[in-house]
Ligand binder design. Structure first.
Ligand code: B12
Length: 210
Protein backbone atom coordinates (compact mmCIF):
# COMPACT_ATOMS: atom_id res chain seq x y z
CA UNK A 1 0.00 0.00 0.00
CA UNK A 2 3.00 2.27 0.51
CA UNK A 3 3.56 2.25 -3.25
CA UNK A 4 -0.04 3.38 -3.84
CA UNK A 5 0.43 6.13 -1.25
CA UNK A 6 3.63 7.38 -2.88
CA UNK A 7 2.00 7.41 -6.32
CA UNK A 8 -1.05 9.39 -5.14
CA UNK A 9 1.19 11.80 -3.17
CA UNK A 10 3.51 12.51 -6.12
CA UNK A 11 0.44 13.03 -8.35
CA UNK A 12 -0.86 15.55 -5.74
CA UNK A 13 -4.12 13.63 -5.29
CA UNK A 14 -4.65 14.90 -1.75
CA UNK A 15 -8.01 13.18 -1.16
CA UNK A 16 -6.62 9.83 -2.36
CA UNK A 17 -3.56 10.26 -0.13
CA UNK A 18 -5.72 10.88 2.93
CA UNK A 19 -8.01 7.96 2.09
CA UNK A 20 -5.04 5.60 1.66
CA UNK A 21 -3.46 6.79 4.94
CA UNK A 22 -6.75 6.20 6.79
CA UNK A 23 -6.99 2.72 5.24
CA UNK A 24 -3.40 1.94 6.26
CA UNK A 25 -4.06 3.10 9.82
CA UNK A 26 -7.24 0.98 9.81
CA UNK A 27 -5.13 -2.03 8.87
CA UNK A 28 -2.65 -1.29 11.68
CA UNK A 29 0.22 -0.44 9.33
CA UNK A 30 3.15 1.01 11.34
CA UNK A 31 2.73 4.83 11.34
CA UNK A 32 6.49 5.14 10.81
CA UNK A 33 6.06 3.31 7.49
CA UNK A 34 3.42 5.85 6.43
CA UNK A 35 5.73 8.76 7.32
CA UNK A 36 8.65 7.12 5.48
CA UNK A 37 6.54 6.66 2.32
CA UNK A 38 5.35 10.27 2.50
CA UNK A 39 8.91 11.48 2.85
CA UNK A 40 9.90 9.42 -0.18
CA UNK A 41 7.09 11.10 -2.15
CA UNK A 42 8.26 14.56 -1.06
CA UNK A 43 11.74 13.63 -2.18
CA UNK A 44 10.39 12.75 -5.63
CA UNK A 45 8.49 16.07 -5.74
CA UNK A 46 11.73 17.84 -4.77
CA UNK A 47 13.58 16.08 -7.60
CA UNK A 48 10.89 17.14 -10.09
CA UNK A 49 11.28 20.71 -8.84
CA UNK A 50 15.03 20.49 -9.28
CA UNK A 51 14.72 19.22 -12.86
CA UNK A 52 12.14 21.86 -13.80
CA UNK A 53 9.18 19.44 -14.12
CA UNK A 54 7.46 20.93 -11.04
CA UNK A 55 7.27 24.46 -9.65
CA UNK A 56 6.86 26.29 -6.33
CA UNK A 57 3.07 25.66 -6.05
CA UNK A 58 3.80 21.91 -6.21
CA UNK A 59 6.37 22.24 -3.40
CA UNK A 60 3.81 24.15 -1.33
CA UNK A 61 1.07 21.62 -2.11
CA UNK A 62 3.45 18.77 -1.19
CA UNK A 63 4.14 20.46 2.15
CA UNK A 64 0.43 20.85 2.79
CA UNK A 65 -0.31 17.20 2.03
CA UNK A 66 2.53 16.18 4.38
CA UNK A 67 0.97 18.34 7.08
CA UNK A 68 -2.38 16.56 6.67
CA UNK A 69 -0.70 13.14 6.76
CA UNK A 70 1.19 14.09 9.96
CA UNK A 71 -2.09 15.17 11.58
CA UNK A 72 -3.68 11.79 10.81
CA UNK A 73 -0.67 9.79 11.98
CA UNK A 74 0.31 11.67 15.15
CA UNK A 75 -2.50 10.40 17.44
CA UNK A 76 -1.49 6.81 16.57
CA UNK A 77 2.17 7.49 17.40
CA UNK A 78 1.13 9.14 20.66
CA UNK A 79 -0.80 6.03 21.74
CA UNK A 80 2.26 3.87 21.28
CA UNK A 81 4.70 5.71 23.48
CA UNK A 82 4.60 5.98 27.26
CA UNK A 83 5.50 9.48 28.40
CA UNK A 84 8.17 10.19 30.98
CA UNK A 85 9.98 13.57 31.14
CA UNK A 86 13.63 13.01 30.43
CA UNK A 87 15.46 16.30 29.71
CA UNK A 88 15.37 19.53 27.73
CA UNK A 89 15.89 20.04 24.00
CA UNK A 90 16.04 23.40 22.24
CA UNK A 91 15.36 23.27 18.50
CA UNK A 92 14.98 25.56 15.51
CA UNK A 93 15.48 25.95 11.77
CA UNK A 94 18.55 28.11 11.21
CA UNK A 95 18.61 31.65 9.77
CA UNK A 96 17.72 31.94 6.09
CA UNK A 97 15.66 28.73 6.05
CA UNK A 98 11.89 28.47 6.48
CA UNK A 99 11.39 24.70 6.08
CA UNK A 100 9.67 23.36 9.18
CA UNK A 101 7.76 20.18 8.35
CA UNK A 102 10.67 17.90 9.30
CA UNK A 103 11.60 19.99 12.34
CA UNK A 104 8.00 19.84 13.55
CA UNK A 105 8.09 16.05 13.27
CA UNK A 106 11.30 16.02 15.32
CA UNK A 107 9.63 18.25 17.95
CA UNK A 108 6.62 15.96 18.02
CA UNK A 109 8.67 12.76 18.43
CA UNK A 110 10.82 14.32 21.17
CA UNK A 111 7.70 15.52 22.95
CA UNK A 112 5.85 12.20 22.87
CA UNK A 113 9.05 10.48 24.00
CA UNK A 114 9.07 12.61 27.12
CA UNK A 115 11.51 15.44 26.39
CA UNK A 116 10.67 19.02 27.28
CA UNK A 117 11.06 20.83 23.97
CA UNK A 118 11.45 24.53 23.26
CA UNK A 119 10.86 25.25 19.55
CA UNK A 120 12.28 28.56 18.29
CA UNK A 121 10.55 28.17 14.90
CA UNK A 122 12.12 28.98 11.54
CA UNK A 123 14.69 31.44 10.21
CA UNK A 124 16.20 31.67 13.71
CA UNK A 125 19.21 34.01 14.10
CA UNK A 126 22.27 32.59 15.90
CA UNK A 127 21.86 35.14 18.72
CA UNK A 128 18.34 33.87 19.44
CA UNK A 129 19.77 30.38 20.05
CA UNK A 130 22.35 31.88 22.41
CA UNK A 131 19.74 33.83 24.40
CA UNK A 132 17.45 30.81 24.69
CA UNK A 133 20.29 28.51 25.79
CA UNK A 134 20.97 30.93 28.68
CA UNK A 135 17.30 31.08 29.65
CA UNK A 136 16.03 27.53 28.99
CA UNK A 137 19.27 25.66 29.84
CA UNK A 138 18.73 22.73 27.43
CA UNK A 139 20.85 19.56 27.47
CA UNK A 140 20.58 19.26 23.69
CA UNK A 141 20.31 21.78 20.86
CA UNK A 142 18.86 20.61 17.52
CA UNK A 143 19.51 22.58 14.35
CA UNK A 144 17.48 21.94 11.22
CA UNK A 145 18.26 23.12 7.67
CA UNK A 146 17.16 22.01 4.21
CA UNK A 147 19.02 24.37 1.91
CA UNK A 148 22.65 23.98 0.93
CA UNK A 149 22.87 27.76 1.27
CA UNK A 150 22.01 27.48 4.97
CA UNK A 151 24.84 25.04 5.87
CA UNK A 152 26.91 28.16 6.50
CA UNK A 153 24.20 29.47 8.78
CA UNK A 154 24.38 26.24 10.80
CA UNK A 155 28.13 26.71 11.21
CA UNK A 156 27.66 30.37 12.19
CA UNK A 157 25.06 29.35 14.78
CA UNK A 158 27.44 26.85 16.39
CA UNK A 159 30.37 29.32 16.22
CA UNK A 160 28.21 31.95 17.92
CA UNK A 161 27.24 29.48 20.67
CA UNK A 162 30.96 28.72 21.16
CA UNK A 163 31.92 32.43 21.23
CA UNK A 164 29.26 33.01 23.91
CA UNK A 165 31.07 30.39 26.05
CA UNK A 166 28.09 27.99 25.96
CA UNK A 167 29.40 25.23 23.67
CA UNK A 168 30.46 22.92 26.54
CA UNK A 169 27.05 23.14 28.19
CA UNK A 170 25.10 21.58 25.31
CA UNK A 171 25.27 18.70 22.86
CA UNK A 172 24.38 19.77 19.33
CA UNK A 173 22.58 17.63 16.75
CA UNK A 174 22.08 18.66 13.14
CA UNK A 175 19.56 17.37 10.61
CA UNK A 176 17.33 18.13 7.64
CA UNK A 177 16.92 16.81 4.10
CA UNK A 178 20.18 17.99 2.56
CA UNK A 179 22.32 17.54 5.69
CA UNK A 180 24.58 14.52 6.17
CA UNK A 181 27.27 13.06 8.41
CA UNK A 182 30.00 14.97 6.55
CA UNK A 183 28.69 18.30 7.85
CA UNK A 184 29.24 17.38 11.50
CA UNK A 185 32.94 18.30 11.39
CA UNK A 186 32.44 21.32 9.18
CA UNK A 187 29.75 22.89 11.36
CA UNK A 188 31.29 21.85 14.69
CA UNK A 189 28.21 19.84 15.77
CA UNK A 190 28.34 16.67 17.89
CA UNK A 191 26.23 14.45 15.63
CA UNK A 192 23.93 14.16 12.63
CA UNK A 193 20.47 12.61 12.86
CA UNK A 194 18.77 11.25 9.73
CA UNK A 195 15.21 11.37 11.05
CA UNK A 196 13.00 12.23 13.99
CA UNK A 197 13.73 8.95 15.79
CA UNK A 198 17.46 9.62 15.46
CA UNK A 199 16.90 12.92 17.31
CA UNK A 200 15.19 10.95 20.09
CA UNK A 201 17.95 8.32 20.23
CA UNK A 202 20.72 10.94 20.31
CA UNK A 203 18.97 12.87 23.09
CA UNK A 204 18.47 9.66 25.10
CA UNK A 205 22.14 8.76 24.65
CA UNK A 206 23.41 12.19 25.65
CA UNK A 207 21.04 12.76 28.57
CA UNK A 208 20.61 9.25 29.97
CA UNK A 209 23.68 7.52 28.55
CA UNK A 210 21.51 4.86 26.84
C1 B12 B 1 7.95 21.26 1.21
C2 B12 B 1 9.16 21.98 0.67
C3 B12 B 1 9.14 23.39 0.68
C4 B12 B 1 8.02 24.20 1.34
C5 B12 B 1 8.30 24.21 2.86
C6 B12 B 1 7.03 24.24 3.70
C7 B12 B 1 7.35 24.09 5.17
N1 B12 B 1 6.42 24.58 5.96
O1 B12 B 1 8.36 23.53 5.58
C8 B12 B 1 8.21 25.59 0.65
C9 B12 B 1 7.32 25.62 -0.57
C10 B12 B 1 7.90 26.79 1.51
C11 B12 B 1 9.66 25.50 0.21
C12 B12 B 1 10.39 26.64 -0.10
C13 B12 B 1 11.66 26.58 -0.68
N2 B12 B 1 12.34 25.46 -1.04
CO1 B12 B 1 11.81 23.68 -0.48
N3 B12 B 1 11.32 21.85 -0.38
C14 B12 B 1 10.29 21.27 0.14
C15 B12 B 1 10.42 19.72 -0.05
C16 B12 B 1 9.56 19.28 -1.25
C17 B12 B 1 10.05 18.86 1.13
C18 B12 B 1 10.73 19.21 2.47
C19 B12 B 1 10.06 18.40 3.55
O2 B12 B 1 9.18 18.91 4.26
N4 B12 B 1 10.43 17.11 3.67
C20 B12 B 1 9.75 16.17 4.58
C21 B12 B 1 10.36 16.22 5.97
C22 B12 B 1 9.60 15.26 6.89
O3 B12 B 1 11.68 15.76 5.83
P1 B12 B 1 12.94 16.59 6.40
O4 B12 B 1 12.66 18.02 6.40
O5 B12 B 1 14.14 16.09 5.72
O6 B12 B 1 12.98 16.17 7.94
C23 B12 B 1 13.29 14.85 8.41
C24 B12 B 1 14.80 14.61 8.61
O7 B12 B 1 15.63 15.35 7.75
C25 B12 B 1 15.03 14.89 10.06
N5 B12 B 1 15.33 16.25 10.55
C26 B12 B 1 14.88 17.44 10.13
N6 B12 B 1 15.35 18.42 10.91
C27 B12 B 1 16.11 17.85 11.85
C28 B12 B 1 16.84 18.39 12.92
C29 B12 B 1 17.56 17.54 13.74
C30 B12 B 1 18.32 18.12 14.87
C31 B12 B 1 17.59 16.13 13.50
C32 B12 B 1 18.40 15.24 14.35
C33 B12 B 1 16.85 15.60 12.45
C34 B12 B 1 16.13 16.45 11.64
O8 B12 B 1 13.82 14.47 10.66
C35 B12 B 1 12.72 14.77 9.82
C36 B12 B 1 11.64 13.73 10.00
O9 B12 B 1 12.11 12.43 9.69
C37 B12 B 1 11.97 19.60 -0.31
C38 B12 B 1 12.41 18.37 -1.09
C39 B12 B 1 13.08 17.33 -0.22
N7 B12 B 1 13.56 16.33 -0.83
O10 B12 B 1 13.23 17.44 0.97
C40 B12 B 1 12.26 20.94 -1.01
C41 B12 B 1 13.67 21.53 -0.96
C42 B12 B 1 14.28 21.36 0.43
N8 B12 B 1 13.41 22.95 -1.21
C43 B12 B 1 14.30 23.50 -1.99
C44 B12 B 1 14.29 24.87 -2.40
C45 B12 B 1 15.35 25.26 -3.42
C46 B12 B 1 13.37 25.79 -1.88
C47 B12 B 1 13.30 27.29 -2.19
C48 B12 B 1 14.66 28.02 -2.25
C49 B12 B 1 12.49 27.45 -3.49
C50 B12 B 1 12.39 28.87 -4.03
N9 B12 B 1 12.98 29.04 -5.20
O11 B12 B 1 11.84 29.74 -3.40
C51 B12 B 1 12.43 27.81 -1.00
C52 B12 B 1 13.31 28.21 0.21
C53 B12 B 1 12.68 29.14 1.17
C54 B12 B 1 13.58 29.32 2.39
N10 B12 B 1 14.23 30.46 2.52
O12 B12 B 1 13.69 28.41 3.22
C55 B12 B 1 15.38 22.50 -2.39
C56 B12 B 1 16.71 22.71 -1.67
C57 B12 B 1 17.88 22.47 -2.60
C58 B12 B 1 19.17 22.66 -1.93
N11 B12 B 1 20.02 21.65 -2.13
O13 B12 B 1 19.45 23.63 -1.29
C59 B12 B 1 14.67 21.13 -2.12
C60 B12 B 1 15.63 19.98 -1.73
C61 B12 B 1 13.91 20.77 -3.42
C62 B12 B 1 14.85 20.45 -4.57
N12 B12 B 1 15.21 19.20 -4.76
O14 B12 B 1 15.25 21.34 -5.27
N13 B12 B 1 10.09 24.22 0.14
Amino acid sequence: MSEELIRAFVDMQEQDVLRIVKEMLGQDVDPQEILAASRQALEAIGQRFESGEAFLPELIMGGEIMDQVSKLVKPRLQQEIAVKRRGKVLIGTVAGDIHDIGKDLVVFMLDVNGFEVCDLGVDVPAEAFVEKIKEFEPHVVGLSALLTTTFESMKTTIDTIREAGLRDRVKIAIGGGTIDELLVDYTGADAYGADAMAAVELSKKWIEGV
